[in-house]
Design a binder for this molecule. Structure first.
Ligand code: S3P
Length: 159
């Protein structure tokens, strides 16, 4: 059964997911990376084709990833899709939460098309999605105050 990381942008899903996969000696899949490998940067996909098109690519990438024996990190918005929600019922789901104060330093770089207004957008989007993350999670870890390596250890101990 795949171990899946969900949570808001910049919660540490990719970094922690990669470390957990290494510790468990299973493949790591980041669904955003798979989309980028096939279709180019996410920002470009949003600009050229719009968010709905990106979500369709994401739905496919997630559906495929969740059939694999792997640790899987999802993009922050992937959990809004009904098919993905149904697929997650058969997975171990780890929700990584983070405070807006801690996330401030992590969201530079301009690679995320939904954060044109930086932390204000992040807060608004997280407020909308938080109940979805909570309802899908088997366990949650707050990544605000501790090194990501330590949280990865906690996740491995939980599995
Ligand atoms: C998004 C999160 C991003 C990426 C895209 C949209 C979202 O992934 O999928 O920019 O809607 O929250 P991360 O959560 O890995 O930043």
């Amino acid at each position: 059964m795949p171990l899946v990381f969900i949570g808001p942008m910049a919660a540490g899903k990719t970094k922690i997911g990669r470390r957990v996969a290494k510790a468990l000696d299973v493949p790591f899949i980041d669904t955003d990376h798979r989309i980028v490998e096939e279709h180019g940067p996410i920002k470009g996909i949003f600009e050229q084709h719009g968010e709905d098109y990106f979500r369709a690519l994401e739905r496919q990438a997630v559906a495929q990833a969740l059939t694999e024996q792997a640790v899987v990190s999802l993009g922050g918005g992937a959990v809004l899709d009904a098919h993905t929600q149904a697929d997650l019922a058969g997975c171990s789901v780890v929700y990584l939460s983070v405070s807006s104060r801690a996330v401030g330093a992590r969201i530079g770089g301009g690679k995320r098309p939904l954060l044109r207004n930086g932390i204000a957008d992040w807060k608004r989007i997280y407020a909308q999605r938080r109940p979805v993350y909570e309802s899908l999670a088997d366990i949650g870890f707050d990544t605000s105050h501790r090194p990501l390596d330590d949280i990865a250890d906690d996740v491995v101990n939980w599995t």
